[in-house]
Design a binder for this molecule. Structure first.
Ligand code: HEM
Length: 177
């Protein structure tokens, strides 16, 4: 599903030809990604790297744009009810985030979902803790939360306050709205 969404994001703005070049550069010879199938993470990282080269955007910027695209476009295809059940305000959605992917494990048997925790919850801010074995997805999470802000018409500021890249055991974001 993730690989398909990257494909849709690229083809909708840059066309099929650019996507074919990206797949070729990433050494991916899969014609059609099947949503319910599990694929190696290296395919996804390869596609992001090749997209970054083809579009002349740093990989972090591609990941951030992809996070927004995922929330604002991908989840519309068959997951509107699930997204609606996440909450009707940004605050409520973020508080529900730790349990969100549990409901998806039935649909995606190979799912290795992220771990989210929230702390320091106020009326207009909280700290979002993101724990993952996967590398370099920090900008993706920033884009996801920005996408949630847009979806729920709530201007939001997302600041990485503790970084796994700098040696911490997980990423922590200060989210203010
Ligand atoms: C209908 C909505 C959603 C669907 C269908 C969905 C589905 C998925 C799928 C299939 C994966 C890949 C996991 C794997 O390959 O093992 C994934 C990963 C991930 N999702 Fe979601 N997701 C949804 C909403 C969200 C939301 C709202 C957030 C956070 C704001 C989020 C954050 C993430 C993150 C950070 C990962 C990366 C996993 C990691 O760190 O290991 N997702 N999701």
């Amino acid at each position: 599903m993730v690989n398909r969404a990257i494909e849709e994001m690229v083809t909708s703005s840059h066309g099929e030809e650019v996507w074919d070049q990206i797949k070729q550069q990433a050494g991916v010879d899969i014609d059609v990604f099947i949503s319910s199938e599990g694929y190696s993470d290296s395919i996804t990282y390869g596609l992001v790297g090749a997209t970054s080269d083809a579009l002349g955007m740093p990989p972090g910027q591609v990941m951030e744009a992809f996070g927004e695209y995922w929330i604002l476009e991908t989840t519309k295809r068959g997951y509107s009810d699930l997204m609606a059940s996440g909450g009707s305000s940004l605050r409520e959605f973020l508080l529900n985030l730790p349990n969100f992917h549990a409901r998806l494990s039935m649909i995606f048997p190979h799912l290795a979902p992220p771990d989210f925790l929230v702390s320091d919850v106020g009326d207009r801010s909280l700290r979002l803790h993101y724990l993952s074995d996967r590398a370099s997805l920090t900008p993706f999470v920033k884009g996801l939360v920005q996408g949630l802000g847009k979806m729920l018409a709530t201007p939001v500021q997302v600041e990485l306050s503790v970084a796994k890249d700098a040696g911490a055991d997980h990423d922590e974001f200060l989210v203010q709205w």
